[in-house]
Design a protein around this ligand. Structure first.
Ligand code: ADP
Length: 661
């Protein structure tokens, strides 16, 4: 067995590989870019070496730099993780040439499957059906138009070198083909340095079913059952489960056989996944991933096999630990990917510092896989996945319920996440029935990504987080002003007013301090409250006799509140206005993410109203309007159109406006 390995990756997958290596008594070496010098994967490895600047091309994708680190660490082998260099045949070959084992398949197998066109030709030769389409060398628009007419619409344009849904475009009608080809080629060239495209008949509502395979150098080849990854947004998986429940056992057996015949055709070694789409009892090969998948954990949960351990054993020259009849699957497992992204804005990645990162404690049927800790930054340089939650249970119904609980106990503040979206998705009747197809999310996007206004509990949490300090739950008999942290002074009227901006509406809350109790006024409703801190940014609240576990983080815009069933942004329009204290709008307006100033809409000295657009920031190829958080006067403008700005750069200074009546 290897004594020391390098993991040529970052984040959760590096941490996950380290865990198994440790258990097996193997030392680990991590690599990191300038953006990751304090990352969790660096902390967890026995040794770590810097490999270059933040952009992946200059670090995690730099074969020379990775191999230099391997040399310095004196490792026996290299695990590529997923993404980055994991499916790069030149890298696999370079590792071998440098005398280090590659913990994955042969360079030839990677090459054979690295191109969707050749992979499909290979599958056909192995007798496995593929989706009808065009995968020729000729890439002229007129050729595509002729081929498209032959295949028939709707169709899917894909990057031949594709992955992660990049370069994929659905085309409904002939007149949309030209634009789709152009943008797919642009995206494919940017992402893979290879603009070649293929065409495929588009199936409207297939399921994505994939088979985990494993081979060793002695020609042993097994499957470890299948996963259903039909919950996808933009052709990318967000929930994966095993076993697939909506596919007949007989069809699943045909998929296992098809997967094995493809793997056998390329003498496959190590872990691999053969992907299919399945519709109306028919199946089609779409691609093979020659690496460990993000979703491998669900297979581990139902088989009890550590796939990374198998990878290490097989790469070190051992035989597969089990033969096919010895591999059993039990129960059901579901994985969900928590991303820093905004479902309401087309799943645009969100960046920022994780002001709060809280997950339920892992146990025998819950795995929490993450490479981040509270306080870490989600940058624009890498995949915005924050964590994977993986649950297992005796059956799917219980697994779904456990996932639901795990999601409601997860609190992520500081970036926008897809947590609420996932909660809604798994609550859908179709998800409960297990009938979600790959286009389901797209068809129901509006309701799944719906922005709902903040409930009383969220407003209460924002308000109460301003006044409670650490300490035990206050007794029912009294509220002590000594617990107050800020915002409150002994006065005559014993009340504080808060006004929050919530999806364009103003929400008013009055916090009343009575002789021995606290009350919140929501308009005409008055509700008694108790509040106590639960530690780091978490708050216990009793609102109208109901207990609420809330997490709150404040930033220059206002509060972000996460409860069990949702996350809300509450802009601090004005607080304390009634007392005539400083209006919250006064302050620094900073860039919410790195980008370029596209426009400045106000001049120095201007009086602005709450919600008025001050500036427009262009970031991640989209424009973002920056609005005034409250009334105020523009005291200073610290940027101009065209300026590149870093996240947190002060753009404008607003001074307090009028009192709110
Ligand atoms: P990538 O390599 O970019 O991930 P894949 O070929 O693996 O692309 O396909 C990704 C997803 O796109 C599939 O899981 C499926 O949901 C969808 N898809 C792929 N091919 C088709 C098709 N012919 N018709 C409908 N959906 C498809």
């Amino acid at each position: 067995m290897f004594k020391k390995i390098l993991i040529a990756n970052r984040g959760e997958i590096t941490c996950r590989v380290i865990r198994t290596a440790r258990r097996m008594g193997i030392k680990t070496v991590a690599v990191y870019s300038d953006a990751d010098s304090r990352a969790l994967h660096v902390e967890q490895a026995d040794e770590a070496y810097p490999i270059g600047p933040a952009p992946a091309r200059e670090s995690y994708l730099d074969i020379k730099a990775v191999l230099a680190a391997a040399r310095r660490g004196g490792v026996d082998a290299i695990h590529p993780g997923y993404g980055f260099l994991s499916e790069n045949a030149a890298f696999a070959a370079a590792c071998t040439k440098a005398g280090r084992g590659f913990i994955g398949p042969s360079a030839a197998a990677i090459r054979a499957m690295g191109d969707k066109a050749t992979a499909k030709a290979l599958a056909e030769k192995a007798g496995v059906p593929v989706v009808p389409g065009y995968r020729g060398e000729r890439q002229h628009a007129t050729v595509f138009a002729t081929e498209a007419a032959r295949i028939g619409y709707p169709l899917l344009v894909k990057a031949a070198a594709g992955g992660g849904g990049r370069g994929s475009r659905m085309v409904e009608r002939p007149n949309e083909l030209g634009v789709a080809l152009e943008s797919a080629r642009r995206e494919a060239t940017a992402a893979f340095g290879d603009g070649r495209l293929i065409l495929e008949k588009y199936l409207r509502a297939p399921r994505h079913i994939e088979v985990q395979v494993f081979g060793d150098r002695f020609g042993n080849l097994v499957h470890l059952y299948a996963r259903d990854c039909s919950s996808q947004r933009r052709y990318q998986k967000v929930i994966e489960e095993a076993p697939p429940t909506a596919v007949a056992p007989a069809l699943l057996r045909r998929l296992y056989a098809a997967a094995l015949s493809i793997a056998r055709a390329i003498k496959y070694q190590n872990a691999g996944t053969v992907e299919f789409i399945v519709e109306r009892g028919r199946f089609y090969f779409i691609e093979m991933n020659t690496r460990l998948q993000v979703e491998h954990a669900v297979t581990e949960m139902i088989t009890g096999i550590d796939l990374v351990e198998w990878q290490l054993r097989v790469a070190a020259g051992e035989k597969l630990p089990l033969r096919q009849p010895q591999i059993r699957a039990r129960g059901h497992a579901i994985e969900t990917r928590l991303y820093a992204e905004d479902p309401a804005r087309g799943f645009l990645p969100s960046t920022g510092r994780l002001a709060r990162l809280r997950f339920p404690a892992a146990n025998a049927h819950l795995r929490v896989e993450t490479g981040l800790r509270q306080g870490d930054i989600v940058t624009e340089f890498y995949d915005p996945m924050i964590a994977k939650l993986v649950v297992s249970a005796p059956d799917r119904r219980i697994a779904r319920a456990r996932l639901d609980t795990a999601l409601s106990e997860s609190r992520i503040l500081g970036v926008v996440t897809n947590r609420d979206f996932l909660q809604r998705l798994i609550a859908q009747p179709a998800f409960r029935r297990g009938t979600v197809d790959t286009a389901f999310i797209g068809r129901h996007l509006e309701s799944l990504a719906l922005a709902v206004s903040a409930p009383d509990a969220a407003l209460a949490a924002a308000v109460l987080s301003r006044i409670v300090s650490a300490g035990p739950k206050p007794g029912r008999d009294g509220f002590s002003p000594w617990r107050l942290r800020d915002g409150w002074r002994q006065g005559d009227d014993h009340a504080l007013d808060f006004v929050f901006g919530d999806h364009g509406t103003r929400r008013r809350v009055r916090l009343r301090f009575e002789s021995n109790s606290l009350q919140l006024d929501f308009g005409k409703r008055r509700i008694p409250v108790l509040a106590w801190t639960l530690g780091d940014r978490d708050l216990g609240i009793e609102l109208g006799g109901r207990h609420i576990d809330a997490s709150v983080a404040w930033d220059e815009r206002g509060a972000q509140v996460a409860l069990a069933d949702g996350t809300w942004r509450l802009d601090a329009a004005e607080t304390n206005a009634r007392r005539g204290d400083a209006v919250a709008a006064a302050g620094r307006i900073v860039a919410p993410m790195p980008g370029k100033i596209a426009a400045v809409h106000v001049a120095k000295g201007a009086t602005v109203t709450c919600g008025q657009i001050l500036l427009v920031l262009e970031a991640m190829k989209m424009e973002h309007a920056i609005a005034a958080p409250g009334e105020g006067v523009v005291a200073e403008i610290r940027c101009a159109a065209g300026d590149p700005v870093a996240e947190g750069t002060e753009l404008l200074v607003l001074v307090g406006g009028k009192e709110q009546a």
